[in-house]
Design a protein. Structure first.
Length: 113
């Protein structure tokens, strides 16, 4: 089953984990054939939020919500169950400075017709 591990950090810890450390961990998970994708994100100051209401597109600078911790990156993994996904998430280096949200990926239910 696919799980998305969302990395959240506050501004004071945004760069606390070196890219090389995160890349090394991603390579370890990839070697076990459980990593599907992993990428860091630029800071929230680079974000654009898009809303469509009644056919009208509105753009906002920054993230949708003002929060203390911001989405910093993700790891998409293929794990046998939630427990294995949690074990992988616990090894993600930024977990020492922020938090990792683990969510199962839901397949789109597209009807025939």
């Amino acid at each position: 089953m696919k799980y998305l591990c969302l990395v959240y950090l506050d501004a004071s810890h945004w760069s606390a984990c070196d890219d090389a450390v995160c890349a090394d961990y991603a390579q370890q998970v990839a070697a076990s054939r459980r990593l599907l994708a992993a990428e860091p994100l630029h800071g929230t100051h680079t974000a654009t939020t898009v809303r469509v209401r009644q056919g009208e597109v509105t753009l906002f600078d920054g993230p949708f919500a003002e929060t203390r911790e911001m989405l910093a990156g993700f790891y998409l993994v293929d794990a046998k169950d939630l427990n294995e996904a949690i074990q992988i998430a616990a090894g993600i280096p930024p977990a020492q400075h922020g938090s990792i949200e683990v969510r199962p990926v839901r397949e789109l239910q597209v009807g025939a017709g």
